[in-house]
Design a protein around this ligand. Sequence first.
Ligand code: FAD
Ligand code: NAD
Length: 479
Amino acid sequence: MTERFDVVVIGAGPAGYVAAIRAAQLGLKVACVDQWLDIKNEPALGGTCLNVGCIPSKALLESSELYAHLRDRIAIHGVRVEGARLDVPAMMVHKDQVVRELTRGIAALFKANGVTWMPGRGKLLRERSVEVTGHDGKTEVLQAGHVILASGSTPVELKAAPLTAGLIVDSAGALAFDEVPKRLGVIGAGVIGLELGSVWRRLGAEVILLEAQEQFLTMADEQVAKEALRQFSAQGLDIRLGARVLAAEARDGSVRVRYQDGNGEHTEQVDRLIVAVGRRPNTQGLAAEEAGLLLDEWGFIHVDEQCRTNLPGVYAVGDAVRGPMLAHKGMEEGVMAAELIAGGTAHVNYETVPAVIYTLPEIAWAGKTEQDLRRAGTPYRAGVFPFAASGRARALGDASGFVKLLADTATDRIVGAHLIGPRVSELIAQAVLAMEFGASAEDIALTMFPHPTLSEALHEAALAVHGRAIHVAQRKLGV
Ligand code: FAD
Ligand code: NAD
């Protein structure tokens, strides 16, 4: 017998599991199909983000930073630590435990909300039926009032650098090294390359990043990218721009990488190589031919602003559709799809999706960059406040970087926020909130911030938009 659900969600990453929970909260009968198997070959919820993405990478970033802090920086606080030793297997146990607790937490939330979890592979057939093939190979067909496709993404592979167990690895492999490689190569100095490169650099590896583009972090504000490159280079991350990898070959327990840049061809010998050159949508075989699901030329599911596909009653959310491949963007789309299915109104503001790189310094931004505004010919004012002038940052012993706010000259509305420095992953949400409420630089300037906190840098940057920051010398703007 075909079981009927109001909503069937395919994929239980952050986009899919959030959609399933919200739909169930709204009183709908929901099933969520997911094919993920964890390291013990057991079904696990949470998708890429919880199993091999956001969460394990942040666990290792935190652990490695604690170690580097003890080793390199704690002495400035008058604390001397002797005999601190690294225990990579214990670090991995901690990471795996965090992952296990959180994935089980999603299972508990499904139970509490009455979402039916169906481990296995889902395939969209015609007329909103979904075929589910369990891990035992048995199939069943579900009939759905609505379907939400949330199949996520997988790492892009490079023909020139074929994955080779333990030696040439993707991001998941780089989260599970059993020891610190002496020399580590990374192809791609994007978000994953920088975060995972930082983890292993902090733990003692010599790290070389080969980046195809001539410019560093092109998606970030230019001033932030410049400061980041300066600081990462000072930490010993060897970032080589304009480097095109020609071939990588694993032999006798190490990897030989051949690449080309403006100065000709070069070869590097590394112990491990991470390939981190982007991700692609996981949509192959997701829908049967007869379903007629429209994909774009890169394999993303074609959707409108409200995540509707070309098929009636079928939505698609998260990494499998256009827009930044970020967990929180997928979650908000999941909520939107659930609300719309339940007959509500909903939208996602794609203008204010925050981006964070969890390195040291952290990097965070939302909205337009200076180069975006220049290109569009939009008159703007920039207010910058350096953490060097922040009492709290000084007390932390980490006063590098700055906060920059960009305000439209005509309206004074904040249109961009660009932060690099201590704990800015937490500060960016304040700027996003301000942008969501249509706040002007003056609105933020008139708000009282607690002293001494890092958040004061945001306040001072807003004051600086009008040349009136207190704790840093200002040039007169004549306003
Ligand atoms: P996914 O999380 O990829 O989940 C899709 C799920 O669908 C998977 O479980 C998959 O097995 C399942 N699936 C696919 N096809 C089928 C099918 N046919 N049938 C059944 N199941 C199927 N983002 C951030 O915002 N912050 C971060 O700090 C961050 N760090 C990251 C670190 C790393 C190393 C990586 C790789 C990614 C990181 N990301 C981060 C990106 C983030 O993980 C993704 O944007 C997010 O997971 C996308 O969510 P999703 O639900 O769309 O897809
Ligand atoms: P990315 O797009 O951030 O970076 C990939 C980099 O590889 C780019 O700089 C690109 O120019 C370079 N590249 C591409 N082909 C190359 C080649 N042949 N040789 C050398 N360099 C090459 O992608 P990523 O780092 O793989 O991350 C994938 C996605 O996961 C990102 O889109 C990001 O949104 C998401 N993610 C987010 C976070 C976070 O939010 N903190 C962390 C990790 C991943």
